[in-house]
Design a protein around this ligand. Structure first.
Ligand code: SAH
Length: 385
């Protein structure tokens, strides 16, 4: 199998330091916000008022913040509220329940985020998931993924990452999206980029999204999912933080020979190493790790691979530490690969079930707007200005 992508690029941090987005309130910790407000010559308590307006009331226009004197609003707006991301295109699918937004950053980088609403049913409350990007582009070079084909441009700042969630929360609260007013329940770091290659900003964003108002958006840690190709040291580091987010590991093959091709980082951290790190995460966080497995026709979907996957997972313990999430491949433009045949998908599921492995098949939202997993690849030339 030959891969059409370039080499792995782990230079996110370096690239980010060359072109830094402007600093926003969302790039600061609560303590830094107080210091910065004092630095402007304002009383410390103004920091709380500003945070309350931004995170609690979700009002993005400082001029409206009437609990601050007009002159302070102007000062605060100029100092801490630059526009980080400008929407340049919005598309909807699934009868309005899926909305994809393409954003332009200060330096012209284009990223995308997706809002997915799951309406209330007889046995489920209505829920909304926001899929966000952590990098502009991605350096992991997985050959089946649209973002991976373009390489890495740069890391996003904590502010740029949180912006995507804040904007979704604001639009939902204001009833601007089909389905009526609502709130964000889940955040998945499954948009563009490898979150673990931008660890500090991702963690700062996750903490902020989780913090209760007025310091953050108050979304439960259990509603946050960080997905990784398997950057082992960062997975272990995350396990030792006091933020029990859900970890998703993009495994895609149970054997090194195939995984070396599908996920090039496997040449550095192989199947044993990533499964050990996933197991460590589960045992520390007491959270079930989600093992992501794309099904690609005749590449990784053989029943024998399902058996091997089950054996390797269960070898690390059988106490419910993992859950396998199968994702039918969303073919990217020009891809020689396609999704598995229904009968092969069924057999794969059956082999896992027979081995006692909890397994689900992911529903693929937003296919017709290239908003489904692995399809986010903003081509600047193709987007309307
Ligand atoms: N870099 C991280 C997060 C972004 S991708 C990671 O890889 O985990 C989020 C999920 O979408 C991953 O499981 C990824 O493997 C999957 N994905 C990528 N391309 C896909 C495609 N073409 N079809 C289906 N899923 C895809």
């Amino acid at each position: 199998m030959s891969s059409t992508t370039g080499p792995i690029d782990l230079t996110g941090e370096l690239v980010a330091s060359r072109r830094r987005p402007p600093t926003h309130w969302m790039d600061l910790t609560p303590e830094q916000r107080v210091e910065s407000i004092i630095g402007l010559g304002l009383p410390a308590y103004r920091a709380r008022q500003v945070s309350y307006q931004w995170f609690g009331r979700l009002d993005p226009v400082p001029a409206n913040w009437t609990d601050l004197p007009a002159a302070s609003r102007q000062q605060v707006s100029e100092a801490f509220f630059p526009t980080l991301l400008t929407p340049i295109r919005q598309q909807t699918a699934d009868t309005g329940l899926t909305t994809k937004t393409a954003w332009r950053a200060f330096d012209g980088a284009v990223i995308e985020s997706v809002i997915m609403r799951y309406p209330q049913g007889p046995d489920s409350p209505g829920r909304t998931t926001v899929c966000i990007s952590s990098q502009a582009g991605c350096g992991m070079a997985c050959p089946f993924c649209a973002t991976g084909q373009g390489g890495l441009q740069r890391n996003l700042s904590a502010g740029e990452i949180t912006w995507q969630v804040h904007d979704a929360a604001r639009r939902l609260a204001a009833g601007e999206l089909p389905g009526g007013p609502g709130r964000v329940n889940n955040i998945v770091f499954m948009g563009m980029g490898e979150p673990m290659a931008n660890y500090n900003a991702v963690l700062a964003a996750a903490r902020q999204v989780h913090a209760a108002a007025p310091d953050g958006l108050g979304i439960g840690a259990r509603g946050l999912t960080v997905s990784t190709v398997g950057m082992v040291p960062r997975m272990r580091q995350l396990a030792d933080e006091d933020l029990p987010v859900t970890l998703a590991l993009s495994l895609h093959a149970p054997d090194d020979e195939l995984r070396d091709e599908l996920v090039p980082l496997n040449r550095h951290f192989n199947v044993d190493a990533v499964l050990d790190a996933a197991w460590y995460y589960a045992s520390r966080s007491k959270r079930r790790v989600s093992i992501e497995y794309i099904l690609i026709k005749d590449i990784n979907d053989q029943a024998g691979r399902a058996d091997l996957l089950a054996r390797r997972l269960k070898a690390r313990g059988d106490w419910g530490w993992f859950h396998v999430n199968l994702i039918p491949l969303n073919p990217t433009p020009g891809s020689k690969w396609t999704a598995s045949r229904p009968k092969d998908e069924r057999a794969f599921v059956q082999h896992l079930e027979r081995a006692g492995v909890p397994v689900t098949v992911r529903d693929t939202r937003g296919r017709e707007i290239d908003g489904a997993c692995g399809q986010l690849a903003a081509r600047t030339g193709a987007v309307a200005r």
